[in-house]
Design a protein around this ligand. Structure first.
Ligand code: SF4
Length: 350
């Protein structure tokens, strides 16, 4: 993938506009070029039919268009597909395409590894290597779209793969501009969800700058319980996090999704369900219960189906929308909290 000329897709949308202006080209040409790159997904500048020869020469002399191909694809018995991408520095990331009826949800990564060290998550045990650039986030979507184009259309994007998106806020926000732009990948803001484990200041900043949906990985109902599960809770405890959720700007009738990974004998009692209901008081919320996905070396166990249903019933009976998110792609380690790409353990958050 490495080349002498820079990748045009590495430019931010503002930098691309400035580059076009620098060449003295009319502003509307920017929209046309943008559309060719992101919507029509050209391989080569010569494929452009409505820009001048002169501009195409300038583009060719100064830039290339980097396009990824997955270096490995695994398909689960349930149809879930896990894509491994090798990056230019030989690091790697994973994206997972999850079919669910007419819906095709692509789960993408925002970092190589993760610094948050959540103890129930395989990625969290590997530590953080680096942030992904906005290009590396967007290209996961473009590469998977290219690969599955003849069969299906990606309908939803979730930032729930490797990494904590709020820990790479600038690049995630820039990637969202490309994903949402109608001349770009054209995803509606209601079809994109960004998840956080509770980096409160960044989350509030995100709420000011983006209107896509927010999910919070909660997974604990007291600080004592949540601290070892999601260590960032020591810095931003539940009271702070819940207050931030109350302040969070939700467009229209939007709600925050609270992800709750059920861990046997840790956080799956009816007392937990009662505390969870109380915590979400006055927050427009829905709850996704996630059965824990075991992986080699995991220190937690999966909650029984009966306990999970009882937990759900408790919340439903009290008017809280609560779904059980049955795991997909378990046999290919493609389910929630199981992504690790080809990584070795690195640093963790202290
Ligand atoms: S659950 Fe998310 S935030 Fe926590 S370690 Fe895993 S990838 Fe990072």
């Amino acid at each position: 993938m490495s080349t002498a000329l820079p990748n045009l897709k590495s430019l931010t949308s503002i930098a691309l506009k400035e580059q076009i202006a620098l060449w003295g080209v009319e502003g509307y040409r920017y929209d046309q070029l943008y559309q060719w790159i992101y919507q029509k997904d050209i391989e080569d500048f010569d494929q452009i039919t409505n820009l001048s020869k002169d501009l195409k020469i300038k583009l060719k002399e100064n830039f290339v268009l980097e396009r990824w191909e997955p270096s490995q694809i695994q398909t689960s018995q349930d149809g879930t597909k896990k894509f491994l991408f090798k990056l230019n520095d030989q690091e790697s990331v994973e994206s997972v395409l999850i079919p669910n009826g007419p819906r095709q949800t692509l789960c993408i990564s925002s970092q190589v590894g993760c610094a948050m060290a959540c103890s129930f998550c395989l990625t969290g045990r590997l530590g953080l290597t680096r942030n992904l650039s906005h290009f590396e986030i967007v290209e996961q979507v473009m590469a998977v779209r290219r690969y599955v184009a003849s069969e299906v259309r990606i309908s939803n994007i979730v930032f729930m793969g490797m990494g904590e998106p709020m820990h790479n806020l600038k690049n995630v926000l820039e990637a969202l501009r490309f994903l949402e732009n109608e001349r770009g990948l054209n995803f509606s803001k209601n079809k994109i969800t960004v998840s956080t484990c509770g980096l409160v200041p960044q989350m509030l900043e995100f709420g000011k700058q983006s209107q896509v949906k927010l999910a919070i990985s909660l997974t604990g109902t007291t600080d004592e319980q949540r601290n070892p599960l999601i260590p960032i809770n020591r810095r931003y405890p539940l009271e702070t996090l819940m207050e931030a959720c109350r302040q969070y700007p939700l467009p229209g009738r939007g709600r925050i999704t609270f992800e709750y990974t059920l861990l046997k004998d840790i956080n799956d009692s009816l007392e937990d369900a009662a505390r969870l209901k109380k915590l979400l008081y006055q927050i427009p919320a829905k709850v996704n219960l996630i059965p824990f996905n075991e992986y080699p070396g995991a220190i937690y166990q999966r909650t029984s189906e009966a306990r999970m249903l009882a937990f759900q019933k408790y919340l439903l009976d009290r008017g809280l929308q609560t779904n059980i998110r049955h795991s997909r792609g378990l046999d290919i380690l493609g389910a929630c909290g199981q992504l690790k790409a080809a990584m070795e353990p690195k640093r963790t958050l202290k």
